[in-house]
Design a protein around this ligand. Sequence first.
Ligand SMILES: Nc1ncnc2c1ncn2[C@@H]1O[C@H](COP(=O)(O)OP(=O)(O)OP(=O)(O)O)[C@@H](O)[C@H]1O
Ligand SMILES: [Mg+2]
Length: 189
Amino acid sequence: MLCGPSGTGKTSLLTCVLGLTSPSHGRVLVAGDDVTRMSKRQLAAHRRRYMGMVFQFGELLPELSARENVALAALLAGVAHTTAYDRAEALLAHLGVPEGGTPTAYLSGGERQRVAVARALITDPPLILADEPTGALDQENRDAVADILFDLPKRDGRALLVVTHDQAVARRADRWLDLIAGRLAGASG
Ligand SMILES: Nc1ncnc2c1ncn2[C@@H]1O[C@H](COP(=O)(O)OP(=O)(O)OP(=O)(O)O)[C@@H](O)[C@H]1O
Ligand SMILES: [Mg+2]
């Protein structure tokens, strides 16, 4: 779990792990490979294989439905069409996102957030990065999303790195990291 004041670099750190941002110096090792030294193509393949990201503001394709947004991530990873859509539907149902073909632009903030969680999980990535995944959720949905996210490391040994200010979510983590003015100031757990 990673926390720290607004503007301290939490989202920037996650984008460095994803290889979307290059740090000015240093290395970023993910699954043993330095993501700062890869070509765009290698990076895309590495990211698809190892990482799933729940972006702070969802970053969904607004004109596509929830199901299409989630299935697309699987299709890009080479999953067959029917399987991708079936899995997308099952995940969205599990996360309580209403069915229907509504473009995600019209969904509520909390619904979009849950779609973003489903999209990150559909490829079963070994590393899940989640940037304030429960910020827009009521208590019931927050607990449901946290249950799903925190169950993954327990159930099948995947890693979860979550940025959160939500104490109820933070409490569930095994390790706490504070990022202050761009520096990891303290770690516990
Ligand atoms: N591409 C960019 N160009 C210039 N400044 C940037 C860029 N991306 C981030 N920043 C700045 O870097 C700092 C860290 O941003 P970041 O989004 O990582 O913060 P954060 O810790 O995630 O904050 P919050 O809790 O508000 O989401 C901020 O001051 C931000 O304005
Ligand atoms: Mg942020």
